[in-house]
Design a protein around this ligand. Structure first.
Ligand SMILES: Cc1cc2nc3c(=O)[nH]c(=O)nc-3n(C[C@H](O)[C@H](O)[C@H](O)COP(=O)(O)OP(=O)(O)OC[C@H]3O[C@@H](n4cnc5c(N)ncnc54)[C@H](O)[C@@H]3O)c2cc1C
Ligand code: SF4
Length: 433
């Protein structure tokens, strides 16, 4: 018999609204995350471990947790009842800085300024925060990305750099550890907040980053293939960027063969084109549910587009909550981060994708609904107001979405609204992450 939770999860999967965050597996130990045929992590039902029980309120909690069901904008007031200023593109922000890790090795290794790595290492090693959860290459198969627990600065360094591939960061216990810190994508930050809110618990300190979306795992294979790396090469290392800003996609096998290409080429030609549907209709690429968010403070050309020329990594760093502000100020005081104030409009100006996506999203959502595709509920983002400010772009985006979804439906059968059952056959699921 299908449980109420399975029916809820099945509806999200049927609408292709799953972000692969993994939070639903926290509600039921019988759910786990598997790569599907398209190369994205999705929940599947397997055998629950002996004695494991589904949360009694699982289905109700799911509706307040899953970013495929709903996402709320960051809070308009803080815990003390004070209004939090809201930027139309960047959401609620108490203070903003241009920032980088004080340690040159961390700054070099990080995606942009290495600020998340610096914060994670300092919180774990000096502040005694535990667990600190991040993501890193799977040591056994660096093509894949896994969740890791960071206890030292060295472990934070090993987990530095953006990984443009599926990883269910909210599936681990760190997502619900009130004493810990959690680094994850904006959808995962929202799910972590939901897990705390629906159980009356305190959320971990949530660190997030600007996010253009999760590419299929197959796109990593496509970059490697384009570089001539054999598909069975036993890799010992694979990075997507970092080690410079933006750094390179770089892989190495056990025999010392190395393959590399620029960030611009790997993201532009492969990874960025393979982003899942849910990310294309995301209202929050800027991490509104986090306490602290980092992003690239790109250098731009005269039209405002990022140039991706190599340089010393520089992050935009946003404190969104009093708890996040306190953590950043203490990290600056401790000499872990170097930071100077920055105007929010300057940050938004170098993030053309985030600006455009938010401004046209209402059109896209309408186009999707008219084409018969259910979409998640988004509250507090002011999407209609933003679309009315750029009506032609929003209508164009809506029309394009409608056409693409209608033509994709032709000749396809509707997805069943059920949670697939894990068969143990890697061919059926694409293999475990
Ligand atoms: C999928 C994805 C999309 C992105 N899109 C944008 C964008 O649109 N605009 C922009 O400015 N920047 C984007 N970034 C880059 C991100 O903003 C930078 O990582 C950010 O500037 C932080 O830089 P940093 O040097 O402080 O990070 P680092 O010090 O390198 O730390 C990065 C942290 O993120 C964690 N992490 C890495 N990959 C993942 C992942 N896939 N899921 C969960 N956690 C992860 C790591 O464990 C590490 O703790 C994206 C990153 C990712 C992973
Ligand atoms: S978005 Fe997250 S919580 Fe929702 S179904 Fe997908 S993995 Fe589960």
């Amino acid at each position: 018999m299908t449980s109420a939770l399975d029916a809820e999860v099945g509806r999200v999967l049927a609408a292709d609204a799953c972000s692969g965050c993994g939070a639903c597996t926290r509600l039921d130990p019988g759910l786990s995350m598997r790569l599907d045929d398209a190369g994205f992590l999705r929940p599947v039902r397997g055998a629950a471990p002996a004695g494991a029980a589904q949360d009694a309120d699982a289905a109700a909690r799911f509706r307040g947790v899953c970013p495929g069901v709903r996402v709320d904008a960051g809070p308009a007031v803080d815990a003390g009842g004070h209004a939090v200023p809201r930027h139309p593109t960047l959401g609620p922000v108490l203070r903003a800085w241009r920032a980088w890790a004080a340690d040159d090795a961390v700054r070099w290794s990080g995606s942009s300024g290495g600020v998340l790595t610096a914060l994670a290492g300092w919180l774990a090693e000096t502040e005694g925060v535990a667990p600190v959860t991040g993501c890193a290459a799977d040591p056994a198969e660096p093509r894949r990305t896994v969740s890791v627990t960071i206890t030292t600065r060295a472990e934070a360094l090993a987990a530095s750099g953006s990984r443009y591939a599926p990883v269910a960061a909210a599936a681990g216990p760190g997502a619900e550890a009130a004493s810990g810190a959690f680094v994850g994508k904006p959808c995962e930050a929202s799910a972590v907040r939901g897990l705390a809110a629906t159980s009356g618990a305190v959320a971990p300190l949530v660190l997030s980053f600007f996010c253009a979306g999760t590419p299929s795992q197959h796109a990593t294979d496509a970059v490697l293939a384009s570089l001539g790396a054999p598909s069975d090469a036993p890799l010992v290392r694979l990075r997507y960027r970092g080690e410079g800003w933006p750094g390179s996609f770089a892989a190495e096998d056990a025999a010392g063969h190395a393959w590399a290409t620029s960030y611009d080429e790997s993201w532009g030609a492969h990874l960025g084109k393979a982003v899942q549907w849910r990310c294309k209709i995301c209202p929050d690429g800027v991490g509104e549910s986090s306490d602290v968010t980092a992003g690239d403070l790109w250098r731009t050309d005269e039209r405002g587009y990022p140039t991706f020329t190599e340089g010393d990594g520089t992050s935009a760093l946003l404190a969104r909550t009093p708890r996040g502000l306190d953590a950043v100020l203490r990290a600056i005081e401790a000499g872990v981060i170097v930071a100077e104030p920055v105007e929010l409009d300057e940050v938004a100006a170098v993030q053309p994708l985030q600006r455009a996506r938010r401004a046209t999203l209402a059109g896209r959502l309408l186009g999707a609904r008219l084409a018969g595709r259910p979409v998640p509920r988004y509250r507090g983002f002011g999407l209609v107001r933003l679309a009315l400010a750029q009506p032609r772009a929003a209508v164009r985006a809506g029309r394009g979405t409608y056409r693409r979804l209608r033509s994709a439906r032709t000749g396809t059968t509707a997805a069943a609204s059920a949670v697939p059952v894990a068969t143990g056959d890697p061919g059926a699921t694409g293999g475990a992450p």
